[in-house]
Design a protein around this ligand. Structure first.
Ligand code: BEZ
Length: 326
């Protein structure tokens, strides 16, 4: 029989054991991209990395394909602490942090290697400092989904052919500006709605990256692809500010290092695989590719875009200077 003293001691050790168990945590991570996307693969791999570096305490449960709502909704959920983490497009964050618009400056870089350098640069990292105040999130690192191309239903010979086309864009002010400047009719909508909008004729054209074009086979309804590389498409790995504040400095370091590892891996994979993706698209049924469409195709659009956005953020000039130094 247990006497009172041993019973008390056992209960006490049980109570002590509770906080250790309570530290076990499955972080909920939302993404707009489907399970096949590189972001989702790396988000899954993050779970394994975290399990290893946290001694089995941390893991990640992913919510792909906008299951939790649009990127705008996920950003709100991060702000309230209803969601722990999200890997969102830099485009989405431009709605709250105008400095991030500089990452979408048209023709900022002319190849994916330089896009990687920009995303790993000090000025780009500085932009993340504005996130806690503007969004209630902590931005741990950037990654990307490659460079963006134009895909249209009808063939395009000159920029004049793009005028009046209903172009699906990712909802973001700097992207809207670019499309308005060449006379298109931008139709902002989440990634999850794009295929159906093309299939039912609601839109004429899209702004998209190779990874998504392959994953969703957009060429089935918009077979004319112009290889413009007109802007890079960044991702930012976010943690809810509330969730972050509830972690010890040691656990913050574990999370930061693990996420950084998968941001880096994502960037490296896009750099390594971009040419192969274009090669695969050349084989896609029905696709017609116009290669090497440069900024000159769009006339003076880079100057006009810079003139407008330089009044909103100094980072347009800073990033252009940075790229000039590569
Ligand atoms: C898009 O909105 O076009 C998009 C979002 C995330 C990944 C790829 C594309």
């Amino acid at each position: 029989m247990m006497n009172r003293k041993t019973l008390f001691a056992s209960l006490f050790s049980l109570v002590l054991a509770v906080p250790a168990a309570a530290q076990e945590r499955a972080f909920r991570l939302g993404l707009i991209t489907p399970p096949v996307h590189v972001w989702n693969q790396e988000a899954q791999a993050l779970s394994d990395t975290l399990a290893e570096t946290s001694g089995g305490r941390f893991s990640v449960v992913t919510f792909p394909s906008g299951q939790l709502g649009s990127e705008a909704t996920m950003l709100q959920q991060l702000q309230t602490g209803a969601l722990d983490m999200a890997w969102l497009t830099t485009a989405e964050v431009t709605t709250r942090v105008p400095d991030m618009a500089a990452l979408h400056a048209p023709f900022l870089v002319d190849n994916i290697e330089d896009a990687a350098k920009v995303l790993r640069s000090d000025p780009a990292r500085e932009i993340l400092d504005a996130l806690p105040r503007a969004t209630g999130t902590v931005g741990l690192c950037y990654a990307m989904t490659g460079m963006r191309q134009l895909m249209t239903r009808r063939p395009v010979q000159s920029a004049a052919d793009l005028r009046g086309m209903r172009f699906r864009i990712t909802p973001a002010p700097p992207i809207r500006s670019f499309f308005e400047m060449f006379g298109a009719a931008p139709a902002p909508m989440p990634l999850t709605q794009v295929y159906d909008a093309l299939a039912n004729g609601q839109i004429d054209a899209i702004d998209m990256d190779y990874e998504s074009i392959i994953n969703f086979r957009y060429y089935e309804h918009a077979p004319h692809m112009m290889e413009t590389n007109h802007h890079m498409f960044g991702m930012v790995a976010l943690v809810s500010g509330r969730v972050w504040a509830g972690l010890s400095p040691e656990d913050q370091a574990i999370l930061r290092d693990a996420v950084q590892q998968h941001c880096d891996r994502t960037i490296d994979r896009f750099v390594e695989e971009e040419d192969d993706k274009l090669a695969r698209l050349r084989q896609a049924p029905g696709i017609v590719i116009t290669e090497d469409v440069g900024p000159e195709f769009f006339g003076d659009i880079v100057e006009r875009w810079d003139a407008e956005w330089s009044t909103r953020t100094p980072y347009v000039a800073r990033l252009r200077d940075l790229v000039a130094s590569f």
